[in-house]
Write a protein that binds this ligand. Structure first.
Ligand code: CTP
Ligand code: MG
Length: 227
């Protein structure tokens, strides 16, 4: 199949302290470069479509230098809008499968990409998930517990999320037409559109950098402080 990847890098990092974390260096490389490099060197990925903030063209180009991608397109106000922009930019290339990946996840492995493509071919839509290790509570606004769902049925999901391209683009267009702009990931949007979504095994190391505490350096230095 022809496989494309949309890498969404158009966020502004409000929980990181208001700086676009995707351009921070981690182990000597910009986070966005590490996130894209694994796709760029994967033998089954035909096209990479980055989505960036319109003012970030220069820092993006500097971060990527030497890695080939399609020209980056500007994102939107929400992750959902940014993914849509990437999908629309790919439409003319008519990929069979598209993977959507967060630029803020630099640790996904080539094996995870391989598994995502395979699961999307089998199921049409597939996302990597992990068993939940903590017990999860549903709470009311008064901070009192309403419910404790059965942990064995819960999964936290990551990216890359993989889909047959045409139905995902269609679902995104439909959501936008109907004013549904609050989907935090593509699997939730796909479920809303009636697609079957498979969950395959994710990777514990495939964390999303969300706050400064998620940088491995920061975890290591905190451990050193408490030793
Ligand atoms: N993203 C995007 N366009 C947006 C919002 C998010 O492309 N309008 C991307 C981010 O760049 C990131 C991924 O979606 O790679 C996951 O989003 P998140 O971790 O929420 O990043 P930010 O939105 O930048 O962070 P915050 O929510 O703390 O502002
Ligand atoms: Mg965000």
């Amino acid at each position: 199949p022809k496989v494309a990847a949309v890498i969404v890098a158009a966020g502004s990092g409000s929980r990181f302290g208001g700086s676009p974390k995707q351009y921070r260096y981690l182990d000597g490389l910009p986070i966005v470069r590490a996130a894209i490099a694994t796709f760029a060197s994967h033998e089954n990925i035909d096209h990479i479509q980055p989505v960036i903030r319109s003012g970030d063209s220069e820092i993006f180009a500097r971060s990527l230098s030497g890695i080939e991608t399609l020209p980056a397109v500007p994102g939107g106000a929400t992750r959902q809008a940014s993914v849509r922009a990437g999908l629309e930019a790919l439409a003319a290339l008519k990929p069979d499968i598209v993977l959507v990946h967060d630029a803020a996840r630099p640790f996904a492995t080539a094996e995870l990409i391989t598994n995502a493509i395979a699961a999307a071919q089998t199921f049409g839509a597939a996302v990597p998930g992990l068993q939940v290790v903590d017990t999860v509570k549903v709470v009311g606004e008064d901070d009192l517990v309403i419910d404790t769902p059965d942990r064995s049925r819960l999964r936290t999901v990551q990216t890359p999320q993989a889909f047959r391209f045409a139905p995902l683009l269609d679902a995104h267009r439909r959501a936008a037409d109907e004013g549904r702009d609050g989907f935090t990931d593509d699997s939730a949007l796909a479920e809303w559109a009636g697609l079957r979504v498979n969950i395959f095994e994710g990777e514990r190391s495939n964390v999303k950098i969300t706050t400064p505490d998620d940088l491995p350096d920061s975890r290591a230095s905190k451990a050193a402080l408490t030793d």
